[in-house]
Design a protein around this ligand. Structure first.
Ligand code: PMP
Ligand code: GLN
Length: 394
């Protein structure tokens, strides 16, 4: 393994999903839904197989999907993007992020981002020859057996101090995996100011844009004054339409930035997902009510899991969005070792979860040592059984 990839052996998701299969446990580790997506989307994909959609789509993505991505952006954020040169279809959000970093970073350029962070970020920055400048998010205090709805916070001075003259790019994930935090407008105003003062490019990962619960509102950072011109917005159909295996993602932004990403993308995968592209276009055009229902349904699942985790004696940080809830394991794991808790959880309870520690770079890992992430994008019966098992656990 090349030196730039040392330490990125196997993703925690592969490891934990394998553990779930090997032990017959309920898998609340890797975040993927166990229900099919909407028929309006699935039917289009089925009908597209066996047609011209089986062959290479145009490099930037099928024109109709690019148009649907732009329409969807305008509907939900008010921002317009030209489907001709400001929208690029990618192999999931993962490729959009990696291609953007490869396209935009010079060796040694620094990327400012929050920890914990989605696990592909550190590897993607490393592959692009960049350097991570992580700023910690801090969890709200949570007591045993209780649920806090407080949000994770960051220290503005710590953020500003992370921006050195080598800083090139701010990588923002809202709604945020693994914390479930939705960045507020005032927080985003601080981030926009940091970007402007540091003359940073901004890369935003908004794959959970529609999975937002009562009381929170997703604000796309590109909508803040001055931000559109420096921001690449990344999205994905995977979470919204329960199609995480299809890997249809996209990136939108000013034409010169999108063109740079396209240069990288064309030599990574060239194109992807022919028959899935028209299907995601259909999904993005579903009425507002569909998107509201997705969030509303998922919120019931969040409440079921969060209540159950608290009843199992764990302090819970209830998420404002996403698929994930976070617990402090110390009442059931007195040494506060989240990794050890996750490794023993299949045997103790027949459930799999992911230690939050894996979402930190080495320096700040102790901040997440006692925290564990559980996914709730699962059928109600599955969550009910998982909760029953956790409550019996000692
Ligand atoms: N970003 C975040 C924050 C995610 O949680 C995920 C997937 N779980 C991705 C990106 C990857 O999205 P995709 O499957 O579309 O590549
Ligand atoms: N994003 C999902 C999660 O955080 C998993 C994606 C993956 O397995 N790469 O669980």
């Amino acid at each position: 393994l090349a030196s730039r990839l040392q330490g990125f052996g196997t993703t925690v998701f592969a490891e934990m999903s394998a553990l779930a299969v090997a032990t017959g446990s309920i898998n609340l580790g890797q975040g993927f839904p166990d229900q099919p997506g909407p028929a309006e989307v699935l039917d289009v994909a089925r009908a597209a197989i066996g047609t011209a959609h089986d062959q290479y789509p145009p490099g930037p993505g099928q024109p109709d999907l690019r148009a649907a991505i732009a329409e969807h952006h305008r509907r939900f954020t008010g921002l317009g993007y030209d489907p001709a040169d400001e929208v690029l279809v990618t192999a999931g959000a993962t490729e959009a992020l990696t291609a953007a970093l490869i396209a935009l970073l010079e060796p040694g350029d620094e990327v400012v981002l929050f920890e914990p962070m989605y696990d592909s970020y550190a590897a993607a920055v490393a592959m692009a020859g960049g350097v991570l400048r992580p700023v910690p998010l801090r969890p709200p205090p949570a007591a045993a057996g209780e649920v806090t709805t407080g949000a994770w916070t960051f220290d503005e001075a710590e953020l500003r101090a992370a921006v050195t003259p080598r800083a090139r790019l701010l990588l923002l994930n809202t709604p945020h995996n693994p914390t479930g935090k939705v960045f507020t407008r005032p927080e985003l105003a601080v981030l926009a100011d940091v970007a402007e003062r540091g003359d940073l490019l901004v890369l935003t990962d908004e794959v959970y844009e529609h999975l937002v619960f009562t009381g929170s509102e997703h604000v796309s950072p590109a909508t803040l004054p001055g931000m559109r011109d420096r921001t690449l917005v990344v999205g994905s159909g995977g979470k919204t339409f329960n199609t995480t295996g299809w890997k249809i993602g996209w990136v939108c932004g000013p034409a010169p930035l999108v063109s740079a990403v396209r240069t990288a993308k064309q030599f990574l995968t060239y194109v992807n997902g022919g028959p899935f592209q028209p299907a995601i276009a259909a999904g993005l055009r579903l009425p507002d009510d569909f998107f509201r229902r997705v969030a509303h349904d998922l919120e019931q699942h969040r409440d079921l899991l969060v209540t159950g985790l608290a009843e199992a004696g764990l302090p819970v940080i209830s998420p404002q969005a996403t698929y994930f809830a976070t617990v402090d394991v110390r009442p059931l794991q007195p040494d506060g070792d989240g990794w050890a808790f996750c490794r023993s959880l299949p045997e103790r309870a027949g459930v799999v979860a992911v230690p939050t520690e894996v979402f930190y770079a080495a320096d700040h890992a102790p901040l997440g040592r006692h925290l564990v992430r559980f996914a709730f994008c699962k059928h109600e019966e599955v969550l009910g059984e998982a909760v029953a098992r956790l409550r019996r656990m000692r």
